[in-house]
Write a protein that binds this ligand. Structure first.
Ligand code: IPE
Ligand code: IPE
Ligand code: MG
Length: 259
């Protein structure tokens, strides 16, 4: 379908408030989410920020189910950044509890859905109980062949690039590779997402239009969509709307437009 007719289809669907999932070959292979706006969602309701984070995990549950069902290969979600440690102690504690509870309560369904979990981020910074839950989630899903779910926890895009550079430096020091062998593929293999496609579509909720240190390497040619809704209000309908927008985009990768 030509982009112009896709756009008119988009407008028609918006009028009816109804979107269907685009054809499989129009879907991104790797979709990423900056799940922002939990705090403001709660504040609007006169609730503590932690209530926003709790509501955010409900939205996440529905979304993982949908993304897995429609057959997208990889999904990355930003759950806690290296900079989020600078939040008030009470909020950090509430988030840690929520993250552990989430893994404990969801893991069986994720296993049943054949989801493969990767935690992106330095796990040693987490309290023992959280760390155990995270390591177990990776262990128990490592043989799964369905959706690759990358969860960014204590994650920073710059820290990830530094980590990959260090891995390559170690290989050079041990003689396993030579500095001249370092290329983009080698660096990609040093990322948490090794073996997965680069990010095709990055969606940020909450109204701010920035990357906030997420997937700086993998997102080099990602299509960006900034949603006004706060994360707890993001749902399957919104996702289908965004997937239709993505399908209508002209991705050129530096080339001229195809005639
Ligand atoms: C995103 O929501 C979740 C995390 C960063 C953990 P926020 O907590 O940033 O919510 P806002 O942006 O303050 O509304
Ligand atoms: C990005 O949101 C991090 C996560 C969603 C986990 P932030 O709320 O931390 O980002 P800034 O501070 O608005 O850039
Ligand atoms: Mg925020």
């Amino acid at each position: 379908m030509k982009p112009a007719s896709l756009i008119s289809k988009l407008f028609a669907a918006k009028g009816k408030g109804e979107f269907t999932c685009p054809e499989k070959d129009k879907l991104p292979r790797h979709i990423a989410f900056i799940m922002d706006g939990n705090g403001r969602w709660a504040k609007r309701r006169g609730l503590p920020r932690s209530a926003g984070h709790a509501a955010g995990t409900e939205a996440l549950r529905e979304l993982i189910r949908t993304v897995s069902d429609i057959g997208i290969e990889s999904m990355s979600i930003y759950a806690f950044s290296t900079e989020n440690w600078n939040r008030p102690e009470e909020e950090v504690q509430a988030l840690m509890k929520l993250i552990t509870r989430y893994f404990v309560s969801e893991i069986d369904e994720l296993i049943e859905k054949n989801v493969h979990i990767t935690i992106m981020g330095e796990l040693d910074a987490f309290p023992e109980e959280q760390k155990t839950a995270l390591v177990q989630a990776m262990e128990r899903t490592k043989a799964n062949t369905g959706l690759k779910l990358n969860i960014a926890l204590n994650y920073g895009g710059r820290a990830e690039i530094v980590r990959a550079a260090r891995l390559l430096a170690e290989k050079c020091a041990s003689g396993e590779m030579k500095p001249g062998d370092i290329d983009m593929d080698a660096l990609s293999e040093g990322m948490y997402t090794a073996g997965q496609p680069d990010v095709d579509l990055l969606i940020r909720t909450g109204g701010d239009e920035r990357i906030s240190n997420f997937l700086l390497w993998q997102g080099w040619y990602a299509e960006l969509i900034f949603e006004k809704v706060f994360w707890p209000d993001y749902n399957k309908q919104k996702l289908f709307e965004d997937l239709n927008i993505y399908a209508s985009r002209d991705r050129r990768f530096g080339r001229v437009k195809a005639q």
